[in-house]
Design a protein around this ligand. Sequence first.
Ligand code: MN
Length: 238
Amino acid sequence: MARPLIAISMSSTSRTPPRALLNDAYVEAVQAAGGVPVLLPPSLEAAARDQLLALAGGLLLTGGADIDPALYGEARHGSVTVVERGRDDFELALFERARALGLPLFAICRGMQLVNVALGGSLVQDIPSCVEGAVQHAQGNDDRGDACHVVRLEPASLLAGLAGASTVATNSLHHQALARLGEGLVVTAQAPDGVIEGVDFPGYGAWFAGVQWHPEERWRESALDAALFRAFIAAATR
Ligand code: MN
């Protein structure tokens, strides 16, 4: 069977010269699971974006900078220093287009936050200063594949089914999280401090998984993280 094309959203930077970026880990994880990565920079014009999405079997929304709080009607918390509004708008369009096409969607970290905001939800702008008793959610950059905290999985959720367990250890590289839940989203995973770590979207119309952690950094160590990429690629193959 042909390997499915997987559209992967890239981050951008406003530094000179403007450029698009993507961590190699996403490319490696998609390839290892049997997909062919197609990288989508936010500078793509709408027609090219839609043409590439129409060829793809699935969409992967990736991690990155904080989403502009103006998109959920809030002023910026002091910790929100880098905002890439061009990327925000690009990925909101990707999400709507993928939803219209019924494309399998894997939303990782910022990607899950993006989906939440697109559906009318809001974000915790800074976990350390906004969540009392929060566990450590920002591990060091050098140990991105290590476990950081445990996550409790909702029984009968996609995540629990793939894990074959009710709790798993995950890495954690975020200072924001979901606050008000977007319309149609269901919480499937939580950290011990209540921070939302996973969501499902039963009304999406195709395979969907949202996780706050970074399975692309840990699929070699974590059976759940490897199973997530395999399930995503399998859905994108159909
Ligand atoms: Mn976390």
